[in-house]
Design a protein around this ligand. Sequence first.
Ligand code: MV4
Length: 454
Amino acid sequence: MPMFKKLLIANRGEIAVRIHRACREMGISTVAVHSEADSNALHVKMANESVCIGPAQAKDSYLNIPAILAAAEVTDAEAIHPGFGFLSENAKFAEIVEELGFTFVGPKADHIRLMGDKVSALEFAREAGIPTIPGSNGVVDSEDAAVKIADEIGYPVIVKASAGGGGRGMKVAHSESSLRQAINVAQTEAHAAFGDDRVYIEKFLERPRHIEIQVLCDKHGHVMTLGERDCSLQRRHQKLIEETPSPVIKDKERQTISEIVSKACEQMEYVGAGTFEFLFEDGEFYFIEMNTRIQVEHPVTEMVTGIDIVREQIAIAAGEKLNFTKKTIGLRGHSIECRINAEHPETFIPSPGHVTDYYTPGGPGVRVDSCLYSECDIPPYYDAMVAKLIVHGSTRAEAISRLRRALEEFVIGGVDTTLPLHRRILNTSAFSEGNYNIHSLERFIGGGRLDVQD
Ligand code: MV4
């Protein structure tokens, strides 16, 4: 299969810019799509062609499947890259794209569907030998069934919606009575939110870290694992800082879990970029979900592997073979990413509006992926993330020094941003020591310490 001549980018913001960059380096012409609110957006200015696909609200534009397909049709695009969010994990969209004769840059629709349903994802993981958290091993359909399982695994337990994921539709229960209530509330909420009331339960892990493994798989059965990312520093399931390697993962642990996910990918004949999400506690990995899209935090993996993951996604979609000699790539140095949102650094109130000044840091080991430019406007309709600052160093200590320095240089004027919060986090000894878990950031924002508490 020859490489695409033209690719449509079904997204906006920094990831649309990121995809454009990969395309240009591959000699591919790009089509941007945009809402009426994004006519002056950077991804539109950069693209070789652009098509307005509807009003500002995402449901009328970036989620408008007929409009996006029409844009691909009229511009003669051969492939569609969905980025992240929006239609990236919509199995129906992937299916229609392919039915109409375009190439979807991503996995097969069946795999998107399999992983979108958390009960089926867990069932697959268990069968493939990926470690999971003790629990119901499937749907729990009554209070009594839930109580029976909780008595076996012990409290606390967590009730999760099968159609949820990313933290939506979860309830923790510390006793039989709270579990009975949690089951009912979770089922009702899941039915209302997703039209699917199936829930399952797991032992609740109290102090885990969030560790994820990046994979790349081609259409010829080749699988590569690209190490882990530690994404434990999050607030309300929105990650703020990600790094690789994780300060707590030993080489042997990485090797073992990488081999397990690699075999699972081979077994399912997965295609494209994917991420296996784990909770990691007391030296053990527990699978929670798989993401079948490019992720926001992919650049830290690119910095330590030297692999352009977006380029590989496109090459894989075009039918090329991964041309790496090792299944598990060597990792060089350390990388950290700060997600910079246009929101107040303490209240997190969104701060859309006019950007008056914009100066990005540079120098050794510094990368900025952003959709901002001086005098641009940040529309109020979409995600608040406007820039990612990524650093690389030969050691974790060097990466931290570089990140502190780059955060000092970064100027975004006219709107509130989370830059001051990042500067504060980078000045804690807990971050320097790598001493944090999934709860640390929320405590720190509440005025407490970042350190893991016992
Ligand atoms: C858990 C858990 C503790 N124990 N499952 C939240 C998002 C979703 N992907 C899974 N999540 C969790 N599942 C068990 N059995 C704690 C969380 C969790 C979490 C996980 C990753 C990153 C941030 C988190 C914040 C709160 C709770």
